[in-house]
Ligand binder design. Structure first.
Ligand code: PLP
Length: 312
């Protein structure tokens, strides 16, 4: 049934669902010619999730779309840091679909400063920003803390989406990414924050195809998180997946001159604008692993381009 607004005199107006935004799905798959892979008998494909929608890009589309359907017009309350791609995507979805959004932002001190470009974009898209102390932010999943936040923003019946957007609906939404790659690649690489995209991707891949996650945060805790997400979404471990923890470059939003040079060079070679928080670390890792001989000759590797640079 089309979800676009058909006047219905008997009930409240249900806003159009995400399908009304005409996403480019399945996202394009593009082969690159890159001798760092070619000379080892490897093929490199880019899975261009960054092209799904100009504002609701990448894995944020795949994770938000089912949540937008579940919210059915109720306010969406979600959480993020000062540069969160997830907050920007949620705010854009709210504006495009007419859904009220509230962003709970880590760091009370940010309330007294001019908004950075990312939060300014959220605010311009109509997201209400609510700043909380870091200690309370850490406890945001506890029922009492969450209830206090919802009271404070006056949205007690809201659809709550966790930090980074990775709830069960989101993880299930990412299985489509795996299904779209069936028969196209033997290894699929994806950069990981919460690990929700990897959890769904791996579950959606057919037998004989494996997913490789590159965490951008330091700490080595992600495997347990991904397993927990799969248990909640599917009832147990699904698909073949692993993590390589060596490519975080110091942690979230950290970079090094070497990584920046790599990303600039990649853009120069292939014309891809390389998102720096996640995608640059994934592509660097795949080149390094190819050089180490981690992939058998004849392997086709798909790199998921999970987002685009901000600001562009
Ligand atoms: C949010 C984000 C990720 C991380 O996704 P998770 O599901 O949290 O692991 C990866 N790449 C980009 C570009 C993102 O914005």
């Amino acid at each position: 049934m089309p979800s676009s607004a058909v006047p219905d005199p008997t009930g409240p107006a249900v806003p159009p669902g995400p399908a009304a935004l005409s996403p480019l799905l399945p996202s394009p798959l593009q082969e690159l010619s890159d001798e760092r892979f070619g000379r080892r008998g490897l093929r490199l494909l880019l899975k261009r999730d960054d092209l799904i929608h100009p504002e609701l890009t990448g894995n944020k589309w795949r994770k938000l779309a089912p949540n937008l359907r579940a919210a059915a017009g109720r306010t969406i309350v979600t959480f993020g840091g000062a540069w969160s791609n997830h907050l920007r995507a949620t705010a854009a979805a709210g504006r495009l679909l007419g859904v009220p959004t509230v962003g709970v932002v880590r760091g009370q001190e940010l309330a007294d400063r001019p908004l950075n470009d990312s939060l300014a974009r959220c605010a311009a898209d109509g997201m209400r920003l609510h700043f909380v102390e870091r200690s309370a932010y850490r406890r945001k999943a506890e029922p009492a803390t969450l209830a206090a936040v919802l009271r404070a923003v006056g949205a007690e019946d809201a659809h709550v989406v966790p930090e980074g957007g990775s709830n069960t609906l989101a993880v299930r939404g990412c299985t489509a990414l795996g299904a779209e790659l069936a028969g196209r690649a033997g290894v699929v690489g994806v950069a990981c924050g919460t690990g929700g995209t990897l959890a769904g991707l791996a579950a959606g891949l057919p037998d004989g195809c494996r997913a490789l996650g590159i965490p951008v945060l330091k700490g080595g805790f992600l495997a347990a998180e991904v397993l927990g997400l799969q248990e909640r979404a599917f009832g147990g471990r699904r698909g073949t997946w692993s993590l390589d923890d060596r490519f975080h470059f110091g942690g979230y939003a950290r970079t090094t001159p070497e990584l920046d040079a790599f990303a600039d060079d990649f853009t120069g070679r292939h014309g891809l604008p390389v998102e720096r928080l996640y995608v640059a670390k994934l592509l660097y890792a795949l080149v390094a692993l190819a050089e180490e001989g981690a992939f058998a000759r004849g392997t086709t590797i798909a790199a998921v381009v999970t987002g685009r640079p901000f600001p562009p």
